[in-house]
Design a binder for this molecule. Structure first.
Ligand SMILES: C[S@@+](CC[C@H](N)C(=O)[O-])C[C@H]1O[C@@H](n2cnc3c(N)ncnc32)[C@H](O)[C@@H]1O
Length: 241
């Protein structure tokens, strides 16, 4: 059996009781290490779960052969940061397991895609989610997606690139600089979010030029450029000024 378990955004305790029960009984537990970054260490996960956790890099998960072979005979768990399908990469493994007639289980959890609701921006008013890659010189596609959302009056959530192995996570400032280079005005309103899911997430609403000066301390970080604001969204954003 292959169980894909979302473990939430920050602490080892963010796993659900359902997820923890499966983890405790599993034969082997992998942790995908490349789509995001938790606020706690793997040692802490092992302590709270009471189990050994093996780190799986992008190659191991995307190749998938070893994991699927084990799951044919044993109960294998893949722990996924945030929610299971919050990143684009895990559907492939799930479908391949299904095709091989391996039993599967999905245990959902919180995702950055919904955690941004704390800003007060309605999740129902977001457009396409946009990734900003590190190597973005001359890359227009992310900015063009933003223009499309803007045209439709929709909010844009920007997910910022990360290279976990190199301990390099893109900052809000770097994300903003990409948008400015492509034409975003420094007086445009935006919201920066860092460490969502932690006890003290950092959320700042203001003009681009003001957010550029603000020192966000926590990682990971993401960025929102609001579209057309409803009065209740404006009211909520005031809290984060
Ligand atoms: C590909 S997404 C991972 C999605 C994850 N599977 C989920 O469901 O939350 C990773 C990006 O989301 C953003 N992100 C993830 N966790 C975050 C957090 N706790 N606070 C702010 N941004 C976060 C960052 O921009 C990060 O590079």
């Amino acid at each position: 059996m292959l169980s894909l378990i979302g473990i939430g955004l920050w602490d080892a305790e963010d796993i659900s009781l359902k997820g923890l029960d499966i983890v405790k009984k599993a034969d082997k537990i992998y942790f995908e290490s490349y789509t995001s970054k938790l606020g706690c260490s793997i040692k802490k996960l092992e302590r709270v779960y009471g189990r050994k956790v093996l780190v799986a890099d992008r190659n191991l998960v995307e190749d998938g052969k070893e994991i699927l072979k084990e799951a044919e005979k044993n109960d294998v768990v893949l722990l996924i940061m945030g929610d299971v399908f919050g990143a684009t990469t895990h559907m492939d493994l799930f479908l391949r397991a299904k095709k091989k007639k391996i039993r599967t289980a999905i245990v959902n959890n919180a995702s950055v895609l919904t955690a941004v609701g704390i800003t007060g921006l309605s999740l129902y008013n977001f457009g396409k989610i946009i990734s900003i890659p590190f190597d973005n010189k001359g890359i227009k596609s992310s900015y063009n997606k933003f223009l499309e959302n803007k045209k439709n009056g929709l909010h844009s959530l920007f997910l910022l690139d990360l290279r976990v192995k190199e301990k390099n996570l893109m900052s809000i400032k770097e994300g903003l600089n990409y948008l400015i280079r492509n034409g975003l005005s420094k007086t445009n309103l935006c919201v920066g979010c860092a460490g969502l899911g932690s006890k003290k997430p950092e959320i700042k609403f203001g003009k681009v030029k003001d957010l550029l000066k603000f020192k966000f301390k926590k990682l990971p970080q993401c960025l929102i450029v609001p579209g057309k604001l409803q009065f209740y969204e404006e009211e909520a954003l005031e809290f984060w000024k």
